[in-house]
Structure formats: structure tokens, C-alpha cells
Design a protein. Structure first.
Length: 358
């Protein structure tokens, strides 16, 4: 089986951490907790980050086993399939949310009109191809463009420094609003759960395991910096700006003779979105093949059908998807982001205890 290296795993971590946090989320969080949203963000990241050592330990104890097989051995096939169904839905709605937010951004910035059919033609074949070629091939592609994406991200942050900014006001929200905001936005997290799905395809021998921590902390630092600069730029109107990374360039889109610089944000967001959809669609198909003994063709077809049906029939409107991510999807995220890692932690501790007694 072809496996990915530690560095390739690291770049996938970065893309997952960026997912659903760099466009709409700063604006949504500001409505309830204003600039204190940075502390909400940091605490959610901390809870997520605790999952990483659990994953590393599980991978060390079961270096070549699939996550599905580990769960099946410990909790039985019935509960394993239930967990995989929940994970399948989790990744499907992650993909839908990424697409919905980015689609509205490009509609506002470029087309000024509906272009859904063009967007689907552009995105779906590419992410379908990523599933067919496998995790190693598309992770190499992401690795190739990784520093281009990071450069674009950092340039957007740096350009914002040439616009009027001042330190945001902190400690303005109540404790109840703080924890309510945490609950509403947890679906945007669970960034490390993808790696349990591909556990057997990661080669810990290729690279230093500590690099996973470095990549994660680097991505988290970039997102927190984005939030800080965004709130420093829009102290009272942050809730009105729904595209944080791009809106940092407002009032600075023309820079001397270079011309419009918002193209940097557009290209960066386009690449990040494409890579995130590839990751989440691959995770969906892998979960589908774990539940049903079918090949990739069936999983890709099912993904496309569900994606189109949910988008056209049940979601359709951008507002519906956003409201869903804040109200009922957090309950799905509670199961995947916290209950499942707790189960995994128990499995790890029992395995360690058994090894010690043996």
C-alpha cells in the first residue's frame, strides 16, 4: 500500500485547520463575542490539539491497522458502522460548508451573478479525480503548492498592516456568550479527525513525528493572527464583512503601480478550497467503503449524488447551510470531535495497560 510521509501529513493538517475559519467564521463569531472571539478560537484549537497526541499514540500502537479494524476489534462491528456513518456525514457537510461559503465569495467578487453550474463543473471532476488517484498522489500535489498557498496567506496578512488598524477591545462579552459561541462553532473544528480515517496510510518512518506538531501550531498561529488583524481593522463593523482573508485587503487593493492586489486573496482561497474539498471528499469515500464493501467508483458516485441533492434540494440557500452549521451540526461535531476521541483514548490506555502487564 502506498503511504504518505510525515511532511505530507503535515500539509494536510494545515489545510484542515484552515477549513471554514478564514472567510465567514470571524464575522459570525464577532456577532456574539466581539473581539473575545479570539479567546474562543484559541480554546477550541486547544481542545482540538489534544487529539493529536492521541492519534499519534494510536498510530504507534497499531502501525499498520486500519482505524475501522481497530474499532471493530474493540467495540464490535455494529457500533463501528454507526461511528463511520456519523463520520461520513461529518465530512460530507464539511465539504458542503466549504463549497457554500467559497461559492458566495466568488459570486460577490468576480461573477456578480449565479454561476453554480460552472462552479460544479470546475470542482467536482477535480475532487473526484483526487479520490481515484489516492491519498499519496493528491497529497503530493498539495505539498507542491503548499508554500505558494502559505505565501499568499501571509502576504494578505502583511498587506493589512498598510491600512488603518488599532488594537481591538477585549473582555466585552459575558461568560454565557463565550461558551455559547464555542458550542455554535465547534463544527468548524475536528481538524485532526481526518487522520484517523487514513491512519494505515501514514508512514511514521518517513520523517520526524514532531513535525506534525510544528505544522499544526504554525497553521493555528496563522488563523489566530488573521482573527486579530481582522478585528483590529474592523472594530465595530466586523460582523458586516463575511470574507475575512479577502477583506483584509479592502482599502489597499491598489498598491503603487502594481495594480489590484485582491487577486492574491482570490487565488489563495481558490487553492485552499480545492484542497479542502479533496480531503473531505476522500474521507467521505473512505468511510463509505468502510461501511459498504464496494469500490471507489460507487463511493464517488454516491458522494456526487448526495452532494448535489443536499445542495439543491435541502440546502440550496447559503443562509440555510450557515444556520445549519451553527445549530444542529454542532451536535454531530460533539460526537465526532469529543466523544470519539474519548473512546479512542480509552482504547489506547487499555492497550498500554495490556502491554505493560504482558
Amino acid at each position: 500500500m502506498k503511504k504518505i510521509s510525515i511532511n505530507q501529513c503535515g500539509v494536510l493538517i494545515v489545510m484542515c485547520i484552515f477549513a471554514n475559519k478564514i472567510l465567514l467564521m470571524p464575522s459570525l463569531m464577532y456577532e456574539r463575542t466581539s473581539a473575545d472571539s479570539i479567546f474562543v478560537l484559541a480554546l477550541l484549537f486547544l481542545l482540538d490539539f489534544i487529539i493529536l497526541p492521541i492519534f499519534i499514540k494510536l498510530k504507534t500502537l497499531y502501525p499498520d491497522q486500519k482505524f475501522y479494524d481497530v474499532l471493530k476489534e474493540k467495540i464490535g462491528i455494529f457500533f463501528t458502522k454507526l461511528i463511520y456513518i456519523a463520520m461520513l456525514l461529518f465530512f460530507l457537510f464539511k465539504c458542503l460548508l466549504v463549497f457554500s461559503i467559497t461559492y458566495v465569495y466568488f459570486k460577490q467578487q468576480i461573477y456578480q451573478d449565479e454561476f453554480l453550474f460552472i462552479a460544479l463543473i470546475a470542482f467536482l471532476p477535480v475532487i473526484n479525480h483526487a479520490v481515484f488517484v489516492g491519498i499519496r498522489s493528491f497529497s503530493r500535489t498539495i505539498e507542491l503548492f503548499f508554500w505558494i498557498v502559505i505565501a499568499g496567506f501571509i502576504i494578505c496578512l502583511a498587506i493589512s498592516l498598510f491600512t488603518p488598524i488599532s488594537s481591538p477591545l477585549f473582555f466585552m462579552s459575558s461568560v454565557s456568550d463565550f461558551f455559547s459561541s464555542m458550542h455554535n462553532h465547534i463544527f468548524a473544528f475536528g481538524d485532526f479527525m481526518f487522520f484517523f480515517v487514513i491512519m494505515d496510510r501514514i508512514d511514521f518512518k518517513k520523517g520526524n513525528i514532531k513535525n506534525l506538531y510544528y505544522y499544526s501550531l504554525f497553521a493555528i498561529a496563522l488563523v489566530i493572527t488573521l482573527f486579530y488583524l481582522f478585528y483590529a481593522k474592523y472594530q465595530t463593523t466586523a460582523f458586516m464583512h463575511n470574507n475575512a482573508l479577502a477583506d483584509l485587503l479592502v482599502f489597499s487593493v491598489q498598491f503603487n503601480a502594481i495594480g489590484r492586489l485582491d487577486i492574491i486573496a482570490m487565488l489563495t482561497i481558490m487553492l485552499i478550497t480545492l484542497f479542502q474539498m479533496e480531503i473531505f471528499s476522500y474521507a467521505f469515500c473512505d468511510c463509505f467503503m468502510g461501511i459498504f464493501p464496494l469500490n471507489k467508483i460507487y463511493s464517488v458516485v454516491v458522494f456526487d449524488i448526495l452532494f448535489l441533492l443536499l445542495y439543491y434540494v435541502f440546502i440550496g440557500r447559503y443562509e440555510t447551510m450557515v444556520v445549519s452549521s451553527l445549530h444542529w451540526l454542532p451536535y454531530l461535531a460533539l460526537l465526532i470531535n469529543y466523544l470519539l476521541p474519548f473512546i479512542i483514548l480509552i482504547i489506547v490506555l487499555l492497550k498500554l495497560k495490556r502491554n505493560k502487564s504482558g
